[in-house]
Write a protein that binds this ligand. Structure first.
Ligand code: URA
Length: 233
């Protein structure tokens, strides 16, 4: 049995319109429930019964998507920090409540795979340190990398300035004199940049290629694609 929800609240939570605008929409006859025009904004409905302009509701059960984050956008809802990743989404999704939010963050200058969802339980689960989801980063740096960094990153003893716990063991693969792939199971603030900095190298470019089993594939920068809600079930 699907959960029944107030029609005006449902439309507003899915980003169609405000609850007060919903009254006007119902009066205008553009919303139907089981094929009938409905005027009562408080009518309790199952989302699958509702049509707006004859169309089924836009992902009423929730959203999970993979974004190829380009450089220059912040992973924050606060527009004062600069243009945000959310500006890449359809406007209706930007108005949803609960809001679509990122699962972890990437720095403004970092590119790559970022997951977005309106499922707060999934955000908590996948960002929890207990989950140990492997995240794969590709970095270029400003100085030649010594092979001695591989065991140092793997040791579980690397300390970051200002922290009391060492970084968990991380897998470093040297791809070239100044390029490497790093797999982390943690997600500390600016972690990749700070780990390299702790070893005397400044990260010049940073790209996340994988999150768990998910890869960007041929998704272009700035583009997103929907994932099944049970992807991490
Ligand atoms: N580590 C960083 O330093 N920056 C990111 O954006 C992600 C991981």
């Amino acid at each position: 049995m699907p959960t029944l929800r107030r029609l005006d609240q449902l439309l507003s939570n899915l980003g169609y319109c405000s609850r007060s605008e919903a009254r006007g929409w119902l009066k205008a006859g553009i919303v139907t429930v089981l094929g009938e025009q409905v005027r009562d904004p408080g009518r309790r409905v199952a989302p699958a019964e509702v049509r707006v302009d004859g169309e089924p509701l836009d992902h009423p059960d929730g959203l999970l998507l993979m974004l190829h984050k380009p450089t220059g956008l912040v992973s924050s809802h606060d527009g004062r920090e600069g243009a945000t990743i959310y500006s890449l989404l359809p406007e209706r999704w930007q108005r949803r409540n609960p809001p679509v939010t990122s699962i972890g963050r990437l720095d403004k200058d970092t590119t790559g795979l970022l997951l977005l969802t309106d499922q707060s339980a999934l955000v908590h689960r996948l960002t929890s340190p207990k989950q140990k989801v492997p995240k794969v980063y590709q970095a270029t740096v400003d100085t030649d990398l010594s092979p001695a960094l591989v065991p140092r990153f793997a040791s579980g003893t690397l300390m970051l300035p200002g922290e009391t716990e060492p970084c968990a063991p991380a897998e470093l693969r040297l791809l070239g004199p100044r390029a490497a792939e790093l797999t982390l199971i943690e997600g500390r603030y600016h972690q990749v940049r700070r780990m390299f900095a702790a070893c005397g190298a400044q990260v010049l470019t940073l790209h996340r290629a994988r999150f768990g089993q998910l890869e960007l594939g041929d998704l272009a920068p700035g583009k997103w694609r929907l994932l099944p809600l049970d992807t991490f079930a």
